[in-house]
Design a binder for this molecule. Structure first.
Ligand SMILES: *Cc1c(COP(=O)(O)O)cnc(C)c1O
Length: 452
């Protein structure tokens, strides 16, 4: 009988994070100060992050030790399993082998806790009492809220208003863990008030919520800021996923020809793929690396690779990334975690160099795939993860048509148990496909900051 589950022991949890920076074929463009347009130094970031995290953000070391305490937290839910989707393979009648790494076994149901415990740990170590953050669908907020509860750090969450209204249970989770939750745009900050003055009906966006959280952190001494994706150190923390998966694929006696992840800010995608991509960049292995985004928020496939702000108000440093323009408001799709105007600078750089293949799918087609996957494999994926499922199924179908037995590995970044409204909408036919608005993107792109 074919083996379908590949489990590691607790003592096989990675003890260091993998940093892809030294393996990059060309250096990453520098992060610029929004005022001077000169490269930022550690002091510019100090109001927001502890020095240990700033050090990781700019590190050129290949391996960074995971603190003993963080490893201890990881033991609660790591290592996570790799499954072979044997029933799905049979149903698709494909010669391809489909594997998935399942991050939904964490107590908050997604990969986000991998970086949340690390970030709270470093902040607490630096004497920080409060952390402000934003959340889209609520996964990041619940992960940070739990990490805050584990270590006694207070968490303030600015939650994108449309999700605040559509996902009351996510808010209840964050509050259960002791966090304070505001619907964003809020009256709590100057940035929030300014947006509400202009548009009282604003349903918010990640970019707006980031402005609010950054403002709170920048203006209060005891409060830092924490981001759940995009930044180098967040991608770094997620590489426990790919390092474990490498050992698990070894157990399976296979090496992936294709590695797939969904990408909102790029963290779960990078977490799984960077260790494999590193091996490729070092010339050790050949693997296709595929990042999947929604057609309604297509930063990699339709955006521009340019310097832009990370937030709507223009308070963050300027980073070079694939962007739809920091003022672009993506439509309210169910995969709230993929509604961000930009993409991680590391992912953008590697897309630009041709080492990552970007791909976009519409909402209903990813739910077709998610429902097919749930019936075959039992696990009900998060709406975000359905994008990776769609791509994996399409690759398996391509393998069938070509009569080629390739090995596919994708990241099932989380379960969808708190996203059942999305599944009901899909099942009763009320889910609609949004195209991205070309005119709005053009307008947002015309507002890109000019740099040197
Ligand atoms: C937040 C989230 C994403 C998108 O964020 P990335 O940083 O791109 O990984 C994807 N899947 C799940 C389950 C999430 O919670």
């Amino acid at each position: 009988m074919d083996q379908i589950k590949f489990l590691l022991d607790e003592d096989q949890i990675p003890t260091s994070w993998y940093n892809i920076v030294p393996d990059l074929p060309e250096p990453l463009p520098p992060v610029l100060h929004p005022g001077t347009k000169q490269p930022v130094g550690p002091d510019d970031l100090a109001p927001l992050f502890p020095m240990s995290i700033i050090g990781q953000e700019v590190s050129a070391e290949a391996q960074i030790d995971i603190p003993e305490e963080v490893q201890q937290f990881y033991r609660q839910w790591r290592p996570t399993p790799v499954h072979r989707a044997l029933r799905l393979e049979k149903e698709l009648d494909t010669p391809a082998h489909i594997y998935y790494k399942y991050e939904g076994t964490s107590p908050v149901g997604s990969h986000k806790l991998n970086t949340a415990v690390a970030q709270v740990y470093y902040n607490k170590e630096a004497g920080i009492k409060k952390i402000a953050t934003e959340t889209g669908a609520g996964q990041w907020g619940s992960a940070l809220a739990l990490a805050g509860a584990m270590m006694g750090v207070q968490i303030q969450v600015f939650m994108v208003k449309v999700s605040f209204q559509q996902k009351p249970y996510r808010r209840a989770i964050m509050e259960t863990y002791g966090a304070t939750v505001f619907a964003s745009p809020s009256e709590e900050t100057q940035a929030g008030k300014a947006i509400l003055r202009e548009n009282p009906e604003s349903t918010g966006s990640l970019g707006i919520a980031i402005s609010e959280a950054v403002e709170v952190a920048a203006t209060r001494d005891d409060t830092n800021y924490s981001l759940g994706s995009v930044l180098n150190h967040v991608l770094l923390h997620q590489t426990v996923i790919g390092q474990e998966a490498m050992r698990q694929m070894e157990m399976a006696g296979e090496y992936p020809d294709i590695v797939i992840g969904c990408a909102g800010g790029g963290s779960n995608f990078s977490g799984l793929s960077f260790p494999f991509l590193g091996a490729k960049l070092r010339g050790e292995k050949q693997t296709r690396i595929v990042a999947v985004e929604p057609v309604s928020c297509p930063s990699m496939t339709k955006g521009k690779y340019a310097y832009d702000f990370g937030d709507v108000a223009g308070m963050t440093p300027l980073v070079k990334m694939h962007t739809l323009g920091h003022t672009f408001l993506p439509p309210s799709i169910h995969a709230g975690g993929l509604r961000y105007h930009g993409m991680a600078p590391l992912v953008s750089h590697l897309v630009n160099l041709g080492h990552i293949e970007p791909l976009a799918y519409s909402q209903r087609s990813v739910f077709d795939a998610g429902v097919q996957f749930a019936k075959a494999e039992g696990i009900l994926p998060a709406p975000e993860s359905n994008h990776a499922v769609r791509a994996a199924i399409d690759e398996a179908i391509r393998c069938k048509e070509a009569g080629k037995g390739e090995v596919i590995l994708f990241n099932l970044s989380g379960h969808g148990h708190f996203d059942m409204q999305a599944y009901s909408d899909y099942l009763d036919g009320s889910m609609v496909d949004h195209q991205y608005n070309e005119q709005e993107v053009a307008m947002a792109l015309s507002g890109l900051p000019s740099v040197g």
